[in-house]
Design a protein around this ligand. Structure first.
Ligand code: AMP
Length: 215
């Protein structure tokens, strides 16, 4: 059974950024599954699932469980790497339970913490590559080298529709009502949950590296 590591935290907390930095040069040993990446692929491929998911995503709501659970579990089961990071799943109690019922028991959960005000500020300055999904911050250390162009793949950078303040506040609300309770499911299955304060990127990255070295 492979190690599955759940990355947990509010939308915009920076878990994808921590993971991207960790994975640099290590792609052969680690796999990562981003639930929103799978959804975006369905949208790009013009599938019925993608069509149904789009309106929920634009409004900052969650895509219904029945659309997402099988898609993510199939992708996890197909992974051939010894360690798989799961970003953005589970996001509801039924998703957490479905994963455990499928025999996928995370080795650990890493919960990233950051104040709402800092997240909102980061979202205001976030641009994302429309091809490979890499995030950049227009005023922070992680600025793209050329304006509007992804350093990694040359794709076009754009703000996400759901990063507007109004939609982001809705995403926080959804997080507390529907996602946060997943922690109870992890606790009742004795899955360890480690927290990392993501307000200082360098320290947070160090802590994340240390945690992963215990695998
Ligand atoms: P993210 O990029 O992880 O913030 O996800 C963007 C959007 O994709 C979310 O606001 C949801 O609409 C949808 N989404 C991503 N993961 C899930 C999930 N596990 N369950 C339901 N919807 C999801």
């Amino acid at each position: 059974m492979k190690n599955v590591i759940v990355l947990f935290g509010k939308p915009g907390v920076g878990k994808g950024t921590r993971l991207d930095e960790f994975l640099e040069g290590r792609e052969s040993q680690f796999d990562s599954v981003a639930a929103s990446g799978l959804l975006k692929k369905e949208i790009a491929d013009g599938t019925e699932l993608g069509r149904q998911a789009q309106s929920y995503m634009d409004a900052g709501g969650l895509v219904p469980d029945e659309l997402i659970i099988t898609m993510v579990i199939n992708r996890l089961e197909a992974s051939t790497k010894p360690v798989v990071f799961l970003d953005g799943f589970p996001r509801t109690v039924p998703q957490a339970k479905a994963m455990l019922e499928a025999g996928i028991v995370p080795t650990m959960v890493v919960e990233f913490l950051l104040d709402d005000a800092i997240i909102l500020e980061r979202l205001r300055n976030r641009v994302v590559c429309s091809s490979c999904n890499t995030s950049y911050n227009l005023v922070g250390a992680k600025r793209p080298k050329a304006d509007g162009i992804c350093d990694k793949c040359g794709g076009v950078l754009a703000r996400r529709k759901d990063d507007s303040e109004e939609v982001a506040l809705n995403r926080f609300d959804v997080y507390f009502k529907q996602t946060y309770p997943c922690l109870n499911v992890f606790a009742s299955s004795n899955i360890p949950v480690y927290t990392i304060d993501n307000s200082n990127s360098e320290n947070a990255q160090k802590q994340f590296e240390e945690l992963m070295s215990t695998l």
